[in-house]
Design a protein around this ligand. Structure first.
Ligand SMILES: C[S@@+](CC[C@H](N)C(=O)[O-])C[C@H]1O[C@@H](n2cnc3c(N)ncnc32)[C@H](O)[C@@H]1O
Length: 328
């Protein structure tokens, strides 16, 4: 034992050792964060990142079955982290008008994660849902989590080349998948191609501030770089930019006049970022029973979560939601 510890009262010694261990872990987490990012190279790098996030179980232990932000109300109020995620799904259903569709409607969930939203859409609204993801690990987990009898199936598929016929769905739903798409126009085209005329589109996405409104500052450019390379994002669209992608799509509908409504839910979803970090402190057993590696993995994600909070809080990032009814 170092000599200095023997001169301290026992509690101070324990606190000192615990502090040193925590500082060491934080340092390792920071080094991992800086040296081993998850930059986007191709859709294969996205699949690989999500396979790993699924296999190590940490994300599911902390975030539950939803890999998206929560909705904390307008104005935002304290609510349970996981409840806020389920509430988000219901909010988007209402806002997009999906709740006007009859039971049995066919819904495609593009970039479905491990199926949290798809199961709510099937169970609470009676829809017949197909969820697709680029990650085989997520699809296997989504199937395992889905009770038999629920009208909800899953498949591995690339959102940029959907192996599905035209006009096949009454609604297309996609939450927080857009930032992984290297070609936003093609993403918009595929979403609209498989939607039937008269069908409902519901999109939620992490967007960047429109550079035409205010370009990024020097500091924002550095932060933006990290937000892209840490979580396999090739680029973020702006809300105005993705609305244009949808409206100008060659699959926008027969009259080619798709009217897209947008809103910014940054405020309603902002508490999610800090809650994501606090969840690890609230549920230490969930993390620690996965072993010491999980602790490091959790610490490794913390700087990105803080930077996301910073970016959304100052308006550099925006949580865009989009709704449209495909013209007949
Ligand atoms: C942030 S997660 C959101 C998951 C899910 N929508 C949810 O809300 O829980 C992003 C999802 O997009 C999927 N994704 C990313 N790129 C994709 C692609 N090219 N094709 C299909 N899915 C993709 C990922 O596999 C992941 O499931």
């Amino acid at each position: 034992m170092p000599a200095i510890l023997s001169t301290l009262p026992p509690l101070a010694g324990i606190l000192l050792v615990a502090g040193a261990v925590l500082a060491g872990l934080l340092l390792i987490g920071l080094l991992l964060w800086l040296r081993r990012d998850r930059a986007f190279h191709s859709t294969a790098s996205v699949a690989d990142a999500y396979d790993r996030w699924t296999d190590d179980q940490l994300l599911e232990r902390l975030w539950g079955e939803h890999v998206h932000l929560g909705h904390y109300g307008s104005p935002p109020r304290h609510r349970d982290f996981r409840q806020a995620k389920a509430d988000f799904v219901h909010e988007l259903v209402r806002w997009s008008g999906l709740d006007q569709l009859p039971r049995g409607s066919r819904v495609l969930d593009v970039g479905c994660g491990i199926g949290g939203s798809a199961r709510i859409l099937a169970r609470d609204y009676g829809f017949d849902v197909l969820g697709i993801s680029i990650s085989p690990g997520q699809i296997a987990r989504a199937k395992a989590l889905t009770p038999s009898g629920l009208s909800c199936d899953f498949a591995v598929m690339d959102a940029l080349a959907l192996d599905l016929p035209d006009a096949n769905f009454d609604a297309v739903w996609t939450v927080e998948a857009g930032p992984h798409m290297p070609d936003k126009q093609r993403f918009a085209d595929e979403l609209l191609r498989v939607l039937r005329p008269g069908g409902v589109l519901a999109v939620a996405d992490w967007n960047r501030r429109d550079p035409a409104v205010k370009p990024l500052s020097w500091l924002e450019r550095r932060v933006m770089h990290q937000l892209l390379v840490q979580w396999a994002h090739p680029e973020f669209a702006s809300i105005a930019g993705f609305r244009r992608n949808l409206e100008q799509s060659r699959h926008a509908g027969a009259s080619q006049q798709l009217l897209v409504d947008t809103a910014d839910w940054s405020r309603e979803t902002l508490p999610s970022w800090i809650d994501s970090i606090l969840e690890g402190i609230r549920r230490p057993v969930a993390v620690l029973t996965l072993g010491p590696r999980a602790l490091l993995l959790g610490l490794r994600e913390t700087p990105t979560l803080l930077l996301m909070h910073w970016g959304f809080a100052r308006g550099m990032m925006q949580f865009g939601v989009f709704r449209a009814r495909k013209t007949l």
